[in-house]
Design a protein around this ligand. Sequence first.
Ligand code: LAN
Length: 720
Amino acid sequence: MTSSSSTPPLGRTDPARWRLKVSDGGRHVWHYLRDDEQLARWPQTVEDKYWLGLDVGLPELPRPTTPIESARNGLSFYRHLQSSDGHWAGEYGGPMFLLPGLIIGMYVTQTTIPEEWKVEMARYLWNRADKTDGGWGIHIEGHSTVFGTALNYTVLRILGVSAEHPMMVKARGTLHKLGGATGIPSWGKLWLALLNCYEWEGMNPIPPELWLLPDWMPIHPWRWWIHTRMVYIPMGYLFGKKFKAPLDPLIESLRQELYVEPYESIRWSAQRNNVAQVDVFAPHTMLLDTLMGVLSAYEGCNIPPIRRAGVRRAYELLCLEDENTSYQCLGPVNKMLNYVCRWNEEGHESEAMARHREKLKDFAWIGAEGMMMTGTNGSQLWDTSFIAQAMVDSGLAAEEENHDICRRLLQWLDDCQIREDPKHFKSCYRFSTKGAWPFSTKEQGYTVSDCTGEGLKGVIVMQEETGYLAKQVSQRRLRDAVDLLLTMPNRDGGFASYETINGPALLEKINPAEVFGDIMIEYSYPECTTSSVTALLKFRQIDGEYRRQDIDRVIDGAIRYILRKQRPDGSWYGSWAICFTYAAMFALESLSLAGLTYQTSEEVRRACEFLLGKQMDDGGWGESYKSCETGEYCHAAKSQVVNTAWAIIALLHAGYPEQGPLKRAVKLIMSRQQPDGSWLQENIEGVFNKNCAISYPNYKFSFTIWALGKAARELDWSEK
Ligand code: LAN
């Protein structure tokens, strides 16, 4: 508990009444059963209880004495968390700027917020408030910022918490000490402007006219990283319309609570570039400030028909996005911005709004600490394909008691593959999706290079290496995935996340978001590259002739990319989880494919030395999210099972010859295992855009089991 007062401001709901319903290829919706009869008809599963933080009541297992016994115990526990449809669900929280989008978005569109959501969201924010100053940061482990504090304070007020509640007094005090909400970063300015608690004049322009530029122009937004462009489409619309909620007593009151000066006396135009120091990660460049100066001057004399055409174009594009994703949208930010746009244009009763409203539920996840908004509608495919590979690699998939979970798992992976290109495809600058696996669900429907890679590997190992599962995903469909992957490498040989790199690096200089780094264009990543090429390699082993030369060429380019990306100290920077241990696991896997190991390669030896230099006294590795921010390895206060598992896998890929350090690491993981086979949640595992951590709670099962299984096989355990 990290709050000043001892009970959550709106109380709590009865945890025994929550149920996770899984449908439609992995869709997650949490239901609160008010009716006792329903309660009896729909019992709570171990999966529900686990994610709610309740006692799951699984038995103690015989104490493992070897790594494989430990892995087996881990899986005996983790098996119970498999959803009825075959995938693994999980709490995908961490960022603290998402719930505000959901709640402000619902408030300004007069959407009813269910009572149980209000209670549990308030409890979440209460649990997640900083122990000392009562504020919130950009993510659950970050220091308090204006972004986190002003927005989450606003959420609590909308949920019904009084401004006089002790936690609010404390949070407001912190916000004021940080200078008040005038210094909120640009995305926060936008949410507050929609709520009519900040003036549009205090925003740097977001001209929707950008979408009218010819496609060949290097700054055309279709060339931006997909998350950035999909967020700036609705932002452009809302800016063009100067959307704001009608004033009401709550808004009037927030206008006074959020600032250190009276709202009426704020000089708004002076706030455009005012961003609190504690918030800044990517400061404005001179180029950006100059550009914004020019655009602000244009605002004074913008040509109404062109503005209208820009707004129309933005609206058209966001409608196509809604339709392509069944109103799920690419992510939680554009989901809520599109939601407000559609409401503004088509009203509450429209078909579009009904569908959008239904899909709000997919992002509302209840955990032990309350309800949050998730980073995507889940991480279904990603988590499921890792455990698939961990089970096969450790040999546990072969054991009788796991046959059924593997069968269901394969069925789910089979259903999850995207079979065709998007409904609206070139018309909205989408990348091909035929053959892809997405990060979460097929319905969300975006190609991600490494998810396609991991999904493909998951299917191949299940179909080819378990010995008892049918080849239900056909050769043609495996080839579709390969065809898609072969279109994804960049000129540098690496793979980016969703698309190829389409814009110039110079675009990064006009990153207006202040709180995120490297968001303007795609970049190649060692992690995405490895997942993609290891999949191609696995495929080559079973369908050796298909596009052989293309595959060989791509693998070759990827290896060269990975080698180029290695730092002189032997490390690789990881972009999608924390951080150097994560990247090392991927990079060393790629290199091992090319025959580069400790024995044969100076680069691999350097990588091993880097890792060993970071091993902690207890035999584990523990890396802090600070590594991602600073670009330098930062130790966590304590070793972490997940980092330790990554380091073990990395060193095993490298063929590191000394067993001592590896065995100590394995023993550390074993020593943290609970009597029921599980591991406890430790620090946050993932990251994005350099500055925001995000939770992957399933990693403490998939990677520990994987590392233990691999170590059991590859090290000599004859004497303990
Ligand atoms: C994700 C989650 C998964 C992640 C991996 C597959 C792990 C990665 O290897 C490729 C990139 C990807 C798909 C990814 C990109 C950015 C996401 C979607 C996220 C980290 C989850 C949340 C984040 C998204 C951008 C959050 C909303 C914030 C904005 C800045 C729009």
